[in-house]
Design a protein around this ligand. Structure first.
Ligand code: B12
Length: 234
């Protein structure tokens, strides 16, 4: 991603060493619909930050190894706050995090920034990275931080997918064209089949998607995200 003004340009290099990437900029002309900044004003632009495939896994794992408590209860959130919080402080931005309540509309921001659409799994699908990307934070600015705005492409990737293997692969039958049944998914994950399948090797429906399969997360990261769902004992 290029075309950022110097105020936000330094963010890209600061992120790269941590395996994170700028994942587009959402604009809110006149602050309409933008999140509140720490000084009470509305953000005019929000820079999205995230992982592409397994880009963050090595740096995050190294950091975790060095923590006496392995990063605590929510290690990925803690690490993200350390890395992104420091960059926010340096650039005078307000930081937002996807797991903080009240939830900020990260997926709506990403749709605005990159023109992405939701897949039947609820995860946004990217033309290159498929379902193998996520968001670790965002930085809100009172000004427009882009040099030029290129309208994002709007491609209906899932609509053009001839076989839609995500719909037929889900062992819980939780994936439908127009919705993802979270309860069915969670119920399945605590069964013996669920533990041996999705819980140990990552969501099978996500893996069945043919788009961006080379960006699939490493096995350890797949297990980490599944375990982070914190399912009731079953
Ligand atoms: C709560 C939550 C969940 C809940 C339920 C979701 C629900 N019913 O709304 C649970 C715990 C089940 C969940 C699961 C997962 N989630 Co989730 N989740 C969130 C969270 C923290 C808040 C969602 C929200 O309410 N946002 C507030 C509203 C106002 O924002 P929004 O942009 O309008 O929200 C969109 C979502 O709610 C979406 N949506 C609605 N239903 C569902 C269901 C699922 C499963 C998902 C993924 C999205 C989704 O529709 C809205 C579109 O406008 C977001 C982070 C965030 N701040 O958005 C991540 C987020 C949506 N999840 C994400 C992911 C990746 C997952 C998992 C795949 C994680 C994993 N295990 O690997 C799983 C999917 C299930 C599976 N098979 O593994 C990513 C999606 C990234 C992307 N590329 O789009 C996000 C953005 C987190 C991140 N750090 O990147 N999730």
């Amino acid at each position: 991603m290029s075309g950022l003004l110097p105020i936000a340009d330094g963010i890209i290099s600061a992120l790269t060493e941590h395996g994170l990437h700028v994942r587009g900029v959402a604009h809110f002309p006149d602050g309409q619909g933008g999140p509140a900044l720490s000084d009470g004003r509305q953000a005019l632009s929000v820079v999205l930050i995230g992982n592409i495939g397994g880009s963050l896994w090595e740096t995050f794992s190294d950091w975790r190894e060095k923590c006496w408590d392995r990063g605590g209860t929510d290690p990925l959130d803690t690490w993200s706050k350390e890395v992104i919080g420091e960059i926010a402080g340096r650039s005078g931005a307000t930081a937002y995090y996807p797991s903080d309540q009240p939830y900020q509309p990260f997926q709506q921001w990403a749709m605005k920034a990159e023109g992405l659409r939701a897949s039947p799994l609820g995860i946004l699908i990217h033309p290159q990275y498929g379902l193998w990307h996520g968001y670790r934070g965002a930085l809100g600015f009172a000004e427009d931080v882009t040099e030029e705005r290129v309208p994002p492409d709007d491609i209906d990737i899932c609509g053009q997918c001839p076989d839609k293997p995500c719909l037929s692969t889900c062992p819980a039958t939780a994936v439908f064209l127009d919705r993802f049944d979270v309860a069915r998914c969670r119920f399945h994950l605590v069964t013996t089949e669920g533990k041996a399948g999705c819980m140990s090797s990552g969501c099978l429906a996500r893996t069945a998607c043919p788009v961006g399969s080379m960006y699939r997360y490493p096995e350890a990261q797949l297990r980490f995200h599944m375990e982070a769902l914190r399912l009731p004992a079953g």
